[in-house]
Write a protein that binds this ligand. Structure first.
Ligand code: ADP
Ligand code: MG
Length: 278
């Protein structure tokens, strides 16, 4: 089966960038349908540029982005690519357009020109998936940040995409909102089988990803499963990133001689390991 997304020798330069500067610098990558890919990297490393290249908001300076076998550079395919690949951004307030939650979620399907019965069905299903069905008649501006972001997600999945790209969707949220959003994202991947590309700077949000890509100056500096990436603690620190606190604690304990096994991504797991020492 061909990959859902293919990046081939992908480069991007903004108009005012100098000759040697690339916002995205020769990325080659394949993403299969159903994968949960996390993207991390410090500010300015090219993450948002990549997100915008994926759905054709930006077009490659060199190389190509293929989604479902279609190139984003092909203007006739863009409409379909944007349906196939939905985007969720940082600020939920900028993504909500209507005064009632269900109208907001209906906005996308209405633009697709679907019959009203189909729109209603999709709105109901999308709100159920994100756990916001009971808020269908509420005013979006009165919701919490996490709830608003879940409504924004419902609006995107009502378009029935194959893939969702999230660009730091939790950056403006409190810890409760962050948790709501990351759980929703994990569930979309697990239960709805959506392909996920999740950009964040919170390392503890991505321990369940299939693959982590660490960006540095427009390039993929490090990639692999969470276990592979987080085991390179020194390299991660070099890239000015954090490892999840519990993973670092386990690493330090191991270094000081405790016989701790495996990859520790959760407190429960670490407690288990420590209790089993004798
Ligand atoms: P990230 O999302 O990882 O913080 P960006 O993709 O926003 O990184 O930025 C990558 C590089 O491109 C940075 O050097 C940034 O300064 C530059 N850049 C981003 N947006 C623009 C823009 N609109 N015009 C010029 N340069 C930009
Ligand atoms: Mg960014």
């Amino acid at each position: 089966m061909e990959p859902l997304i293919e990046l081939n020798n992908l480069y991007y330069k903004y108009e005012d960038q100098s000759d040697a500067d690339w916002a995205v610098d020769n990325i080659n990558l394949e993403i299969d349908a159903g994968e949960f890919i996390a993207v991390v990297g410090h500010n300015g490393s090219g993450k948002s540029t990549l997100a915008k290249l994926l759905n054709g908001l930006l077009l490659p300076t060199k190389g190509e982005v293929m989604v479902g076998g279609k190139s984003t550079a092909d203007e006739e395919e863009l409409w379909e690519i944007r349906q196939q690949l939905g985007m969720v951004f940082q600020n939920p307030d900028n993504q909500l357009v209507a005064n009632i939650v269900e109208e907001d979620v209906a906005f996308g399907p209405e633009n697709l020109g679907l019959p009203s019965k189909e729109i209603k069905k999709r709105v109901k299903e999308a709100l159920e998936v994100v756990g916001m069905a009971e808020y269908a008649r509420h005013a979006p501006h009165k919701l919490s940040g996490g709830q608003k972001q879940r409504v924004a997600i419902a609006g995107v999945i009502a378009m029935r995409p194959d893939c969702l790209v999230f660009d730091e969707p939790t950056a403006m949220l409190d810890p409760v909102g962050r948790q709501e959003v990351i759980e929703t994202v994990e569930q979309l991947n697990r239960e709805e089988n959506l392909t996920i590309i999740y950009i964040t700077h919170f390392m503890d949000e991505i321990v369940k990803a299939d693959r982590i890509l660490v960006f540095e100056e427009g390039e993929v500096a490090l990639s692999g499963t969470p276990a592979e990436v987080f085991s390179r603690i020194d390299r991660i620190k070099e890239l000015a990133l954090e490892v999840p606190q519990v993973t670092e604690l386990a690493y330090e304990l191991k270094k000081s001689g405790l016989d701790i096994n495996g990859d520790i991504f959760s407190i429960d797991r670490l407690v288990e390991e420590i209790c089993s020492l004798n």
